[in-house]
Design a protein around this ligand. Structure first.
Ligand SMILES: Nc1ncnc2c1ncn2[C@@H]1O[C@H](COP(=O)(O)OP(=O)(O)OP(=O)(O)O)[C@@H](O)[C@H]1O
Ligand SMILES: [Mg+2]
Length: 257
């Protein structure tokens, strides 16, 4: 079997006396669209924070393509090919959509080239290249027509697409999405799913937290469920739908809403 793109071993995190993530061990299959489900407070976002270097784990290891990346900072992980979006998008509201996308790699490249070389010809050439790339990425996520608008003017769904665009600037192999469909209207959700599947067909691996069960059941394989900080299920959509624990505790509840 191919090496998993991401491996977690015994990952744990406490907030004071509360264990938010409890001894999680997982392998994310290279090339998969893996779904991560679980009730509110299950520890899904905290797990993302632990494996993207935003929060140090109290125990355990994270490996990306076999290399240990436990406690590696988010910008380094971005450079190593792991990109993530946030449950609540947080663009720079007064900057334009294009500027928001351009900033994603500028934070990486700019840092190294600033100082005496700032505004030098190579820097300007690089900025032009980044602008071109950002426009291409915005075109891909269907936001090219809004490139010059302030990010604050975007709808909730468009902000999610903007987040995806920022992630794509890093050309990541692994993309972590935290509730991409939450608060997004059905037509934009459809666009988002098309883009995820197109990127997946090009070899990108996805790990997606989502409460929308239609989204997860139709587009994610395998599905992982967490509850109270632990992994309680791993399997296909069909297995999830036949799993009594999930049916009662989670999937059943969804159909009542
Ligand atoms: N920084 C923090 N400090 C203290 N407690 C936290 C912190 N972050 C998360 N928690 C707690 O950890 C638990 C797991 O939260 P988390 O955000 O990971 O859940 P989730 O599965 O993403 O839920 P949701 O589906 O509502 O987004 C919750 O009880 C939450 O209150
Ligand atoms: Mg969450």
């Amino acid at each position: 079997m191919a090496e998993p793109i991401l491996s977690l071993r015994g990952v744990a995190r406490d907030f004071d006396a509360f264990r938010a993530v409890d001894n999680v061990s997982l392998d994310i299959k290279t090339g998969s669209i893996t779904g991560l489900i679980g009730p509110n407070g299950a520890g899904k976002t905290t797990l993302f924070n632990l494996l993207t270097g935003m929060l140090p784990p109290d125990a355990g290891q994270v490996a990306l393509n076999g290399a240990d990346v436990t406690r590696v900072a988010p910008d380094k992980l971005f450079a190593l090919g792991m990109g993530r979006t946030f449950q609540i998008p947080r663009p720079f509201a007064r900057m334009s959509v294009l500027e928001n996308v351009m900033l994603a790699p500028m934070a990486q490249i700019g840092e190294h080239l600033l100082g005496p070389f700032f505004r030098s010809a190579p820097m300007r050439a690089q900025e032009t290249a980044i602008r071109e790339r950002a426009l291409g990425v915005l075109d891909f996520v269907t936001l090219a027509g809004l490139a010059d608008q302030a990010a604050a003017q975007l709808s909730g769904g468009q902000k999610k697409l903007l987040e995806l665009a920022r992630v794509l600037m890093g050309d990541p192999d692994l993309i972590l999405l935290d509730e991409p469909a939450a608060g997004v209207n059905p037509s934009l959700t459809k666009v988002l799913i098309e883009k995820i599947e197109a990127l997946n067909a090009r070899g990108k691996t996805f790990l997606i937290i989502e409460h929308d069960m239609d989204f997860v059941m139709q587009h994610c394989d395998p599905i992982i469920a967490m509850a109270e900080g632990r992994v309680v299920f791993e399997g296909t959509a069909q297995e999830a739908q036949n799993n009594p624990i999930l049916l009662d505790a989670y999937l059943g509840a969804q159909t009542d809403v």
